[in-house]
Design a protein around this ligand. Sequence first.
Ligand SMILES: Nc1ncnc2c1ncn2[C@@H]1O[C@H](COP(=O)(O)OP(=O)(O)O)[C@@H](O)[C@H]1O
Ligand SMILES: O=C(O)C1=C[C@@H](OP(=O)(O)O)[C@@H](O)[C@H](O)C1
Ligand SMILES: [Mg+2]
Length: 185
Amino acid sequence: MVSNLLKGVNLYLIGMMGVGKTTVGRLLAQQLGYGFLDTDDVIVKAARKSINEIFADEGEAAFRQLESDILAQVCAYTKLTIATGGGIVLKQENWGYLRHGLIVWLDAPVEILLRRLAEDETRPLLQDSHPEDKLRSILKQRQSLYSQADIHITITETETPEQIATRILKVIPSVLKTQDSQQQN
Ligand SMILES: Nc1ncnc2c1ncn2[C@@H]1O[C@H](COP(=O)(O)OP(=O)(O)O)[C@@H](O)[C@H]1O
Ligand SMILES: O=C(O)C1=C[C@@H](OP(=O)(O)O)[C@@H](O)[C@H](O)C1
Ligand SMILES: [Mg+2]
């Protein structure tokens, strides 16, 4: 069982908006018998405002601070799957928190992200006249940061959230083995 191997270590899902962190994270938590948290949800509940409202009223920098505060608090707990917001990788200090757990990068071509988010109005950074260009420039800025994850999963158009969760669970043992052997050296 993967959950026995993990010994309560948290899983953090990172990656671009629309890739499925929230959807797949919830399934992974169920399959592992873990709790599930989404940093955006925690922020919305605490602020009693939508992400759009926080960006509009307080600005992106204030949102990023709330995001870091949440991350600092959740890493005190174990047995959690945490879906992060796509921009969590931007702050260097966040990596110190993410590294408490196993970091999974969900990656997808921009075309897929764009199709999924075409009708979506809840991502303030995409409320732009050229959402495709915006997504490409955000990805360019973040790609090297996402690539610091422990696990890289590139999803395809037709893969269901269940199939993606299963694929992640399959690769976890090999990553844990590598980390164990690094610690012994
Ligand atoms: N594997 C998938 N196949 C099809 N649609 C998906 C898949 N994963 C997520 N979605 C859909 O894509 C949108 C974005 O998913 P979400 O989990 O909110 O992504 P993120 O948290 O990474 O922004 C949602 O409408 C969700 O239902
Ligand atoms: O990529 C980003 O900067 C953001 C991604 C969003 O979360 P999802 O990645 O869950 O869409 C949310 O945190 C906010 O709109 C900013
Ligand atoms: Mg999300």
